[in-house]
Each structure stands twice: as C-alpha cells, then as structure tokens.
Ligand binder design. Structure first.
Ligand code: C2E
Ligand code: MG
Ligand code: MG
Ligand code: MG
Length: 286
C-alpha cells in the first residue's frame, strides 16, 4: 500500500519500518494534509521598545491546530517539514499570511513591522526575492514593514549565494535579523558581509542574566558590539522584570518574552498594541 506524500514522494509499507519511522511517516502525511486543509495559523508575539514600553513589532510564529491532537510545537514539525520537502510550501504560506495580516492591521490603523522566520531551504529557491516582492506588492505593503529572521547556520551554509540574495532583499528595503544569536557555529566576520539590521540575543543567555555573571557579560558584549556595528538588538525570552532591568541598563533596544506577552492570535495582538499605545509609562520600572 502506497500513500502519496508531497509531490513526488511515496512511502511504501515495509514491515521492517520501526515504530518511530511509522510515526514519522504518519506525521509527514498529516503535515501535507494540514497545509491543504488550512490547519495552520499564525500567532504573534509582541516586540517591545524598551525605552518607551510600547509594541513596535511582532514575530509571527506558526501553530498547527491538528484535529484530535494537542498542540504540536513548531520546534518539532518545522524540522520534519524541512526534511520531507514541505518547508517551501509552508514557508510561502507563512509569508503570505503574515503579509495579509499586516494589511488587515493597516486598515485598522495599526502599522506594525512583522518578522517571519525563514528556513535555509527557502533561500535556495532562486525565485525567493521576486516572491517576496510580489507578496508585498499584492498586499500594498512597504518592504520595510517586513523583517526576515535568519539563523547563523543558515547564513553559513552557502555564503556567496546567500550574500547576493540578502543584498537584493536589503536593497528592496526588507529588514534582516539574526535569530538565536550566539548559539550557532559561526565566525563574526559574517556580521560585516551580510546587510543585517538586527541581532536577536538567544533566550539561553537571557534566562540567567540576573544570576549568572557570564551570561550578563555575554549580553552586555553582544549589545555593545551591535551598537558599534549599527545594528539593533532584541532580547528573546524575557520572563522577569530583573532581566528586563539589566537589558535596559545595557542599552538593549527591544525585547520579547512572556513578561510582556506570550505569542497570541492576531485580534489579541491588536488589543495589546492599542493598550500599549495609550499607556504613558513603560510597563516596567527599575
Ligand atoms: P524562535 O524563532 O527563536 O522563536 C522564539 C520561541 O520562543 C517561540 O517558540 C516562542 O513562543 C518562545 N518564547 C517566546 N517568549 C518566551 C519566553 O519568555 N520564555 C520561553 N521559554 N519561551 C519564549 P515557538 O513558537 O514554539 O517556536 C519555536 C521555533 O520554531 C522558533 O524559534 C522558530 O525557530 C521555529 N518557528 C516557529 N514558527 C516558524 C515559521 O513560521 N517558520 C519557520 N521556518 N520556523 C518557525
Ligand atoms: Mg524567531
Ligand atoms: Mg537594511
Ligand atoms: Mg529565537
């Protein structure tokens, strides 16, 4: 018995497949089905300007509402989608949906920059840049409303081809940031080669920033290096006021984390945005 999975792939029943492999195949088939049946949704986590306490961006994070199942985390199904070749279609859906949402917000008077996570394989699509341009145009958005999050390993993969592509995106006006900064294997020289706008300090350095001196030094160093390179810095995974106070002291520009809000559905993000615009004081005090 063969079951279609993706465009050119078939999985044949083989009694030697072990349980794990069978579960994988089932999950891959479910992913394919999910894309066709609209089971994906984007949630948005506010990105907050540390100085003003106001929301000035949002990160789009994919969610899979799998009928009859509890939430499957993207940390689990994104790597699988990368392996089985579905990430291209899923990634396109994410870009499309994030831009459609920005346009809806814009009509409600909410102008937010939205960041979208990219997988390495998406950059291997030679038409990627044109696709981004078309999506932006179709939704009447300015390119600088879109931010693309890249990882260090993605940047290090095909350096020359990637530099060209990112330069094209940069010339168009799209913002580029490095996600999970500090965790990848990389050389710092790429910070000069790529036209970046922002570094996102990985949450593993933020978690113990107020109790571990080394983490505090790492955060402080990333922030001052970014400052000198003319890059913005966002701290990820901020859960406590003490963490935020230190990041503010170090001169960090922006943060996101459960302290302000978890990733939420689009209507809730709009509500949080309006609230944060009317509040006069930052949501935190040192
Ligand atoms: P990421 O891009 O680094 O996203 C940050 C993750 O940290 C999110 O997990 C978010 O919910 C979580 N987070 C935010 N604030 C806090 C906090 O204060 N404490 C803690 N402990 N966690 C926090 P999520 O949504 O499960 O996503 C996991 C990863 O999956 C993302 O990491 C990203 O690498 C990937 N991902 C998510 N959506 C997409 C997508 O649309 N495309 C691609 N290619 N990858 C995606
Ligand atoms: Mg991210
Ligand atoms: Mg730029
Ligand atoms: Mg991250």
């Amino acid at each position: 018995r063969a079951k279609a999975n993706g465009r050119n792939r078939f999985h044949f029943y083989n009694p030697q497949l072990d349980r794990e492999q069978l579960e994988r195949v089932a999950l891959e088939n479910a992913l394919f089905h999910a894309l066709q049946h609209g089971e994906f949704e984007l949630h948005y986590q506010p990105q907050v300007d540390i100085r003003t306490g106001r929301i000035d961006g949002a990160e789009a994070l994919i969610r899979w509402n799998r009928p009859g199942h509890s939430l499957v985390s993207p940390g689990c199904f994104i790597p699988l989608a990368e392996e089985c070749g579905l990430i291209g279609d899923i990634g396109n859906w994410v870009l499309e949906e994030a831009c459609a949402q920005m346009q809806r917000w814009q009509r409600e008077g909410i102008r937010l920059r939205v960041s979208v996570n990219l997988s390495a394989l998406q950059l291997e699509d030679p038409g990627f840049c044109d696709r981004v341009a078309q999506i932006l145009e179709r939704h009447t958005l300015e390119p600088d409303q879109l931010e693309l999050e890249l990882t260090e390993s993605l940047l290090m993969k095909h350096v020359d081809a990637t530099v060209d592509l990112l330069r094209q995106l940069d010339r168009m006006g799209v913002h580029l940031s490095i996600d999970d900064f500090g965790t990848g294997y990389s050389s710092l020289s790429y910070l000069k080669r790529f036209p970046l706008d922002k570094l996102k300090i990985d949450q593993s350095f933020v978690r113990e920033i107020s109790i571990d001196q080394d983490d505090a030094v790492i955060c402080r160093t990333i922030i001052s290096m970014a400052e000198n390179l003319n890059l913005k810095v966002t701290a990820e995974g901020v859960e406590q006021t003490e963490q935020l106070a230190l990041l503010a002291e170090f001169g960090c520009h922006q943060y996101q984390g459960f302290l302000f809000s978890r990733p939420v559905p689009a209507p809730e993000l709009a509500q949080l945005y309006r609230q944060s615009q009317t509040e006069t004081e930052p949501a935190w005090e040192i």
